[in-house]
Design a protein around this ligand. Sequence first.
Ligand code: 6PG
Length: 254
Amino acid sequence: MPSRPYNIDIATHPEVLHRRAAEEFVRHAETAVRTQGHFSVALSGGSTPKNLYALLASQDHAFRAQVPWDKVHFFWGDERHVSPDHPDSNYRMTHEAMFSKVAVPTAHIHRIEGENPDADKAAAAYEQTLRHHFRLQSGQLPRFDLVLLGMGPDGHTASLFPGTKALHEQQRLVVANWVEKFNTFRITFTVPVLNNAAAVMFLISGEDKTDMLRTVLEGEKQPEHYPSQLIRPTHGELLWLVDQAAARLLEHKG
Ligand code: 6PG
């Protein structure tokens, strides 16, 4: 019997977390390519994933040679409502950290068009991108091989922020979500899409996440306030990959 009610891997340092994340990425990619010939991954924005992307693409590490780059299809679980060259763009961050350093077929990089002035249209277009790639019939959900997620100190994940409309969306795959505190739309996968993945991996690092990690994992279930609690893959695995600073207040450390 596992001694804790969730699957968590606590790394001693952020660098160890980045390496563990890279190992998991490679493992999922190898399995998917071996069994189905390609690997579909949804990336996250944020600082921890950025370190992972840089590590995967780095010439100084073995990971670069282990990733089957030409068989990976890259998507994003969320995007800011900005153009791809904007400093806030998740696409731009990924491009700088990873795509600019390795050979990935352009047709395999499926970005959210955050530059569309109409955020609803950008979300609808991305939904079509998913339907096309996964050859979905009406009512079907895409099944990503791996979804990477971060968590904000407010408990948000992807662009599912506390108290926002997108938390309740059950029909759409991708929506434009108005985030009052930033006075902007974010474009985000919906909960059903995230929970239909074969594997979901949260990457969480740093002191500013300590309280929220405890609340999300061991506190009362209040998903309207702590949207990360909504992530429970229906028939897939969920791994919390965290560093010691973020895990400090957890009761079930292993
Ligand atoms: C984004 C994200 C977001 C992020 C968290 C954690 O676009 O910002 O996808 O959900 O993962 O805010 O970010 P950090 O890893 O930087 O703390």
